[in-house]
Design a protein around this ligand. Structure first.
Ligand SMILES: Nc1ncnc2c1ncn2[C@@H]1O[C@H](COP(=O)(O)OP(=O)(O)OP(=O)(O)O)[C@@H](O)[C@H]1O
Ligand SMILES: [Mg+2]
Length: 293
């Protein structure tokens, strides 16, 4: 496995980059580099040898139909799944040999609910502050700051179970931001939200990114927001990257005037022949989208 390990620096050589890779120069630095990454659950291949570069500071969208392998890829990057074949580096550190150091650089908003309905918004974020070792003396102020940044200052003393879906997702965003991550990973941050609430989540993400320069890796099924907010997009299908580029490159590459949805359908059109996944995926999506009980 060490043989095809490359440092962040070595990818400055364009010969090592996959097609559609970010236009790099000697100053380009990478938040994430994946080479030949694979993962199977039992005999089922979920991630089938992907190459991916996420440049520092960009908003990178990982798109694809249900079951494409997006969450599995993310869990490999976050070290929540053990490293397997291939290489994953986060800010130049190999995830298999620097697990804890990598985790400290990442804020993660999982696809499933991560907030506790019985706790107030503030208590939820405080819990994450303790989990991420935010120094005790700074905790109170940091919790207040991130709740403020996601627009929940006024609701912070209410139990999360009284929040709307959009407020819950913003609370979870606050949880992911409490460690002041260099890399924010968001797995369907706007699932099930109305258009105004979706904009609200994205505005918060953009504000924090502008203020801190953090990198954002995001999945979404909403093509309009991917088109609007992502600097680059990878289209994933059946465990592989099928297309990679800026939204404009992908659309122009299909045909002049094409929409991102048309690009998506073109590269992932044979998605309906995966029996077995549908029930689990639907149940998971609904659980995530539903309000806290
Ligand atoms: N814990 C698991 N055990 C067994 N199979 C799994 C597990 N997690 C994912 N899979 C399978 O791996 C494949 C990829 O799943 P993954 O969750 O990565 O897809 P996804 O692109 O995130 O889909 P979605 O858009 O529905 O969230 C699917 O076939 C899925 O059924
Ligand atoms: Mg997923």
């Amino acid at each position: 496995m060490n043989d095809h390990r490359q440092s962040a620096k070595s990818t400055e050589n364009t010969a090592t980059q996959p097609p559609g890779a970010v236009m790099s120069n000697e100053n380009t630095r990478y938040a994430v580099i994946c080479r030949g990454v694979r993962h199977s659950f039992g005999g089922a291949v979920a991630v089938d040898g992907i190459d991916l570069d996420v440049a520092e500071g960009e908003i990178f969208g990982l798109l694809g139909p249900n079951g494409a392998g997006k969450t599995t890829t993310i869990r490999l990057i976050t070290t929540l799944l053990p490293a397997g074949p291939g290489m994953v580096e986060v800010f130049g550190r190999d995830v298999s040999s620097h697990r804890m150091a990598v985790r400290r650089t990442i804020g993660y908003l999982p696809q499933q609910l991560s907030a506790d309905g019985a706790l107030t918004g503030r208590e939820n974020v405080e819990l994450f502050a303790r989990l991420f070792d935010v120094p005790r003396a700074e905790r109170r102020e940091r919790v207040r700051d991130v709740l403020d940044a996601v627009g929940l200052a006024d609701a912070s003393e209410r139990r999360a179970q009284t929040y709307s879906g959009g407020m819950i997702r913003r609370l979870e965003l606050a949880q992911a931001l409490i460690s002041a991550p260099r890399l924010l990973i968001l797995d369907e941050p706007t699932i099930g939200l109305d258009p105004v609430a979706r904009d609200g989540v994205w505005e918060r993400i953009q504000d924090v990114r502008e203020a801190t320069g953090m990198t954002v890796l995001v999945t979404t099924h909403y093509m309009d927001e991917a088109d609007q907010y992502c600097n680059r997009i990878a289209l994933m299908h059946r465990g592989r990257i099928r297309a990679l580029g800026t939204p404009e490159e992908l659309k122009e590459g299909l045909e002049p005037g094409a929409t991102l949805e048309e690009v998506f359908r073109t590269y992932t059109g044979d998605q309906l022949d995966e029996p077995g996944d549908n029930f689990r995926d639907a149940r998971r999506t609904r659980r995530t989208a539903s309000r806290l009980g």
